[in-house]
Every structure is written in structure tokens, then in C-alpha cells.
Design a protein. Structure first.
Length: 273
């Protein structure tokens, strides 16, 4: 399998498909690069070169004990771009992956990047604080960590209902797809899964927002119960000059699955524009 050595020697699994303008897809928590099942195929068929990699600790990448802070994760992204010598790159980040983009843009000056897309992203700051009153209470993240430590498979099964917007009598995706993503989640190390909750729950990206100097598309569902749109999507778009905000009415957090066709169209239009 293809791997890239990160700055500290960590082996990162990646998939590199097609040719054309490169698009790097950065997955969300607690999944891996395979979560881009619908997007990577569609974007590659549209004439783009797509690269998707597993974050350290997730999927097929090395399960390191440390390095689950956003500085390290942004350095891992840099390692991917440098190793493949990608130029004129578009970065697409889902959920936790949006944080990697924000930190990369500030920490590495947005090198090689000419446009960005933030999908259901955790930026600019998730945690409720005196200067962030619409944020998520710390007890929510503490509860997630406690649930993961107590019974990770059970927590993931429960979490998926909110993630996909599953109701009492209906679901926007099949039970088989939910089971498959649950299997992806369990491939990650417990250490990486737990440490990443702290990372995306507590990292303040507000200072990173000023580093976005490229065309940026922000996509968010207004029924997202995992990363609420007011504290994330709307706040992100407001803090990036000339960012375009596209709201998916009634959409939950998992828009790459629940709204795959619409997301694919929006991505192709923006990335090839």
C-alpha cells in the first residue's frame, strides 16, 4: 500500500487517483480517507486529481501515541503536499479536517494552496467560552471521552444517529452505510479517537482565519447537531474575507453521505471554476 513518511517518520496511507488540478481530501472524525467514497470517485471522473489520506492514528496510517494536536496534524498535511510535490492545490476538509486546513494556512502560509473548501467544519472555535457564548459546553466533549473510554463500539453506534440525522421513523442513509462507517471508525486507535475529541473540541482557530487568502467555499447543514452551524459554518464564513457560504437546508452533519450528489456538484463547480 502507498505511504508517505510524515515529518517525524509516521507513515500516512494515501490514495492518489487521476490527473489534472490536485484536490486533497481531509477526512473527519472518527473516520478515514474512505469516507470520501462518493466524492473521490466523482471528482476524479470530472477530470481532477484527487488525493485522500488517513490521518495519523486512523485507518491504515501508523497508530502513534502522540501527535494529535493541530500543529502536528497541519505538519502532516504539509508532508503529504511536499512528498507528492503538489502545486495549485485545492484543500477540502470535512468536520475535524477543516481544522487542519485552517492551521495549515496559518502555520505554513498556505503554501501550494490556491483554494479551500470547509464542509461541516469545526472552525473557528467549538468550545463555549466567555468570548464564544454560542459554543458547545465542555461537558459535551467530556461526555464523549467518557463514552469512548467506557464502550467505544456502543458510543459510535449512538453517535452515528446524530451524525447522520437518523430519526425515530426515518434515516437519510441506509443501515448498511451506517454499519460501514462504524467499521471505519473502529479501525482507528482508541488513543487517536479520544485525543482528537480534545483537539477539535478545544482548539481555537479564530486567529488562523486571517490566513485564508484564497477563494474559500463554506458548506454546512442547518440541522447539524454535531457541529452547530451558528458557531461553526456561519462564524467561519464571516471571518474569512469573501468566503462563499452555502447552507444545506435540513442537512445533518454528514453531508458527504446524506447530500452526496449535491455536494459533488458544488465541489466540481467550485474546484473547476
Amino acid at each position: 500500500m502507498p505511504f508517505i513518511a510524515a515529518h517525524d517518520g509516521t507513515q500516512l496511507f494515501f490514495k492518489d487517483w487521476g490527473s489534472g488540478r490536485p484536490v486533497v481530501l481531509i477526512h473527519g472524525w472518527p473516520l478515514d480517507a474512505d469516507m470520501w467514497e462518493f466524492q473521490q470517485l466523482a471528482l476524479t471522473e470530472a477530470g481532477l486529481r484527487t488525493v485522500a489520506y488517513d490521518r495519523r492514528g486512523f485507518g491504515r496510517s501508523d497508530q502513534t501515541w502522540g501527535g494529535y494536536d493541530y500543529d502536528t496534524l497541519a505538519d502532516d498535511l504539509k508532508s503529504v503536499l511536499d512528498a507528492l510535490d503538489l502545486q495549485d492545490v485545492a484543500l477540502v476538509g470535512f468536520s475535524m479536517g477543516g481544522g487542519e486546513i485552517a492551521r495549515y494556512m496559518s502555520r505554513h502560509g498556505g503554501a501550494r494552496v490556491t483554494r479551500t473548501v470547509l464542509v461541516s467544519a469545526v472552525t473557528p472555535y467549538m468550545l463555549k467560552a466567555a468570548d464564544n457564548p454560542k459554543g458547545v459546553d465542555a461537558s459535551v466533549f467530556d461526555g464523549m471521552i467518557a463514552g469512548l473510554k467506557n464502550d467505544r463500539p456502543n458510543f459510535m453506534a449512538t453517535f452515528s444517529k446524530t451524525f447522520f440525522g437518523v430519526g425515530m421513523l426515518s434515516s437519510p442513509v441506509s443501515s448498511e452505510l451506517i454499519q460501514w462507517t462504524g467499521n471505519l471508525a473502529m479501525l482507528a486507535s482508541s488513543k487517536a479517537t479520544i485525543a482528537s475529541v480534545t483537539a477539535f473540541g478545544e482548539t481555537d482557530f479564530r486567529a488562523d482565519m486571517s490566513a485564508f487568502h484564497v477563494p474559500t467555499l463554506v458548506i454546512h447543514g442547518d440541522a447539524d447537531q454535531t457541529v452547530p452551524i451558528d458557531v461553526s459554518g456561519k462564524a467561519t464564513a464571516a471571518s474569512i474575507p469573501d468566503a462563499e457560504l452555502v447552507i444545506y437546508g435540513g442537512a445533518p452533519h454528514a453531508v458527504p453521505f446524506t447530500h452526496a450528489e449535491r455536494l459533488n456538484r458544488d465541489l466540481i463547480t467550485f474546484l473547476k471554476g
